[in-house]
Design a protein around this ligand. Sequence first.
Ligand code: ADP
Length: 151
Amino acid sequence: FTGKTGSELLTEQIKKFKVQQYQHVPIVVKESVSVYDAISTMFLEDVGTLFVVDEQSCLTGVLSRKDLLRASIGQQDLNAIPVHIIMTRMPNITVCRKEDLLIDVAMKLMNKQIDGIPVVRDVDAGLEVIGRITKTTITKVFVELITNDQV
Ligand code: ADP
């Protein structure tokens, strides 16, 4: 008997969760696609954040729902604006890696007040996007922890 309370054991368990175990498939678009096509992709793929990549498939930017809304207000032709004009760009992108602790990524989501973080891998040309962690990921883990505990 360790003398640890249930909540201490639960905390220890949560602190071991790694990104790799919980990451989802990332939805990416090329820098050259139009704002119109990015909006279509966001609806079709049912995500709130798109990651933007260059010709070598390396991360160059992020597009949120509000980035696309902002670009849409008062614009005549959304087909004529490429997403690289409006995206948040590198090096100002918050990223994580598959071996990172989920709790650290959850803290980044909170502290930076963003909805999603790309999981990246270092390659010669830059950072390859291999996954995503979002607020939904964290919500699912939270619910699973509680419901698994009850049965
Ligand atoms: P929204 O703006 O639609 O509510 P977010 O809160 O995720 O969605 O995004 C807020 C701003 O932060 C947007 O301009 C977006 O481009 C940017 N952003 C989103 N995710 C990241 C990230 N991982 N790293 C850096 N900036 C990001």
